[in-house]
Design a protein around this ligand. Structure first.
Ligand SMILES: N[C@@H](CCC(=O)N[C@@H](CS)C(=O)NCC(=O)O)C(=O)O
Length: 203
């Protein structure tokens, strides 16, 4: 059985747990990181001292997007891991693109959710929202022409940004209107596993 190590309030753990549900995989998730800490046995699996890590038979793997690619290739077949490299790359690029978006959204998240009220800095939230808006304008244009970031069907290319979009729409901030992103996110919300693995209260 697949084991996922990591607390579920982590964006990167959410990605993996969501895909496991999409693929119909049985899995056990073990709370690790944050307030749960990491013991020596975990650090032996992941020397970066970060979550998530998975164990799947003989495979021990870290880096959330590498894990998504591994699970799609191993269990998803052509539907989730197209043999055509060009078709696959269309969705794949959004997984790397997400890391730039994550940097942009970090302060809006930390200063609204994680930091104690006395340490919250509205000017950092404003700069972060402005940076997110610049990034999201790129996705908005793309989604006016194609229903999913992965192409004509939902795929792993939608998962990283699906997780970050969930945070974007849950933050107590003013958001500029992005109708194509909103329509995409409404479709995302109906995906298997999204409600229980991703759309949990921010913490
Ligand atoms: N690039 C890595 C980043 C992993 C990462 O930064 N994980 C954060 C949580 S989202 C973490 O481990 N933080 C320390 C902790 O939770 O103790 C990935 O995508 O897996």
């Amino acid at each position: 059985m697949l084991t996922i190590w990591g607390r579920l309030n982590s964006h990167n753990v959410k990605k993996v747990a969501w895909l496991a549900v999409e693929l119909g995989l049985e899995f056990e998730r073990i709370d690790t990181g944050g307030q749960f800490g990491m013991d020596a046995a975990y650090l032996a699996k992941n020397p970066n001292a970060l979550i998530p890590t998975i164990e799947d038979g003989k495979v021990t793997l870290w880096e959330s997007n590498a894990i998504l690619r591994y699970l799609a290739a191993q269990y998803g077949g052509e539907r989730w891991w197209p043999a055509d490299a060009g078709a696959r790359a269309m969705g794949d690029r959004w997984m790397d693109w997400q890391f730039g978006y994550a940097d942009a959204q970090r302060d809006a998240f930390l200063h609204n959710v994680r930091k104690p009220a006395a340490e919250r800095r509205p000017e950092l939230i404003a700069a972060s929202v402005a940076a997110c808006t610049r990034h999201l304008a790129v996705i908005e244009r793309y989604l006016t022409e194609t229903p999913w970031l992965s192409g004509v069907e939902f795929g792993i290319g939608d998962i990283p940004m699906g997780v970050y979009a969930n945070t974007w729409f849950a933050l107590p901030i003013e958001r500029p209107p992005f109708p194509a992103i909103q329509a995409w996110f409404q479709r995302i919300c109906t995906r298997p596993g999204f409600a229980e693995q991703v759309a949990i209260p921010l913490s």
